[in-house]
Design a protein around this ligand. Structure first.
Ligand code: OAD
Ligand code: ZN
Length: 252
C-alpha cells in the first residue's frame, strides 16, 4: 500500500519534473539493480565479494591479474544485462525533450542501451581499455580483446592494458568531469537515482546543483548521504523501476 503522503510526493515530483526547464538526472549503481547488476555497497554488493582495492590504481599496477579477474567477472555481467523500466523511462523523457542529460557513475552502458543519447560517464567506461605505457597509450575495444590470459597486453608495446574505468586514486576522466559539473550548474531540477552519495567528487554534483538553486528529487529504497545531509528536497522511497513508473503515470 502506498500511503497518502507518498502519493502527494509523487504528484509533487511529477509537477516539478514537468515544469523543469533543464532537467538533469544523476545515476548510481542502484538504477541497474533491477537489471541484475550488483551495486557496490550493501549486503549483496561487489565490495562484500572483493576488496575495493581491486579498483585502486596502486593495486592494479602491482596485481593486474587479480584486478582484471574481478573486472572480467563484472564485464561478463554487464555485457548480458538489459536496461530496466527506469533506464527506458529516462530515455523516453529525453526523446520528449523534458530531460536534457544524464550524468552517470555507472560503467554498465545501460542508459545508452535504453536509447539515451546525452550521457556523461563520470567514472569512465568499460567499453574501452588503454595501454598503461605513457609513450604508447594505444586504445582497444574491450569486447575485441582476448581475455583468456589476464591481464591483456598491448599488441604494440607489450605493456598491460587497463580499462577506462576511473579507479580509486584517479581523477574522473575529462571532458566528462567538467561537462558533468556544467550540467549540475545549469540544471533547475535534478533527479538522483540509486547512489549512496559516498564517492567524491561525484557526490558533489547534486550539492553543486542545489547551491545553484535546483530542486533535488531523490529515488532510493534507503536513505543516502544526500538524503541524510539534506541535499535532497523530495525523497521518493522505493526501487528505481517502481518509482519511475509512478512518476511517468502522474506525468501523463
Ligand atoms: P553504491 O553501491 O554505493 O550505492 C548504491 C545505491 O543504490 C544505494 O544507496 C542503494 O540503497 C541504492 N539501491 C539499491 N537498489 C536500488 C534500486 N532497485 N533502485 C534504486 N536504488 C537502489 O553505488 P554508487 O553510489 O553508484 O566507482 O557508488 C559510487 C561509486 O562507488 C561507483 O561508481 C563505483 C564505486 O566505487 C567506480 O567504480 C569508480
Ligand atoms: Zn602499448
Amino acid at each position: 500500500m502506498v500511503s497518502e503522503e507518498k502519493i502527494d510526493k509523487f504528484k509533487e515530483a511529477a509537477r516539478i519534473i514537468k515544469s523543469a526547464k533543464y532537467l538533469v538526472v544523476f545515476t548510481g549503481a542502484g538504477i541497474s539493480a533491477e537489471s541484475g547488476v550488483p551495486t557496490f555497497r550493501g549486503d549483496n554488493g561487489i565490495w562484500k565479494k572483493y576488496d575495493s582495492n581491486v579498483l585502486s590504481l596502486s593495486y592494479f599496477i602491482e596485481h593486474p591479474e587479480e584486478s582484471w579477474k574481478a573486472q572480467k567477472e563484472f564485464f561478463d555481467i554487464i555485457l548480458n544485462a538489459n536496461p530496466n523500466y527506469a533506464h527506458i523511462a529516462l530515455a523516453e523523457l529525453e526523446k520528449k525533450g523534458i530531460l536534457k542529460s544524464i550524468v552517470t557513475q555507472n560503467i554498465d552502458n545501460l542508459h545508452q542501451k535504453a536509447g539515451s543519447e546525452n550521457v556523461f560517464e563520470f567514472h569512465g567506461t568499460m567499453k574501452t581499455v588503454t595501454c598503461i605505457n605513457p609513450r604508447c597509450m594505444h586504445k582497444y575495444k574491450t569486447e575485441e580483446l582476448d581475455l583468456t590470459n589476464l591481464p591483456p597486453k598491448c599488441e604494440k608495446c607489450g605493456s598491460v592494458l587497463k580499462t577506462d574505468i576511473c579507479f580509486f586514486e584517479e581523477n574522473p576522466p575529462e571532458p566528462a568531469k567538467s561537462l558533468s559539473f556544467q550540467e549540475a550548474s545549469k540544471t533547475d531540477v535534478m533527479i538522483i537515482v540509486g547512489t549512496s552519495g559516498v564517492v567524491h567528487p561525484a557526490a558533489l554534483l547534486p550539492v553543486t546543483a542545489k547551491e545553484n538553486g535546483a530542486k533535488i528529487i531523490e529515488i532510493n529504497p534507503d536513505s543516502s548521504l544526500l538524503t541524510i545531509y539534506g541535499t535532497t528536497d523530495i525523497f521518493l522511497q522505493g526501487e528505481a523501476g517502481e518509482v519511475m513508473k509512478k512518476i511517468m503515470e502522474e506525468m501523463e
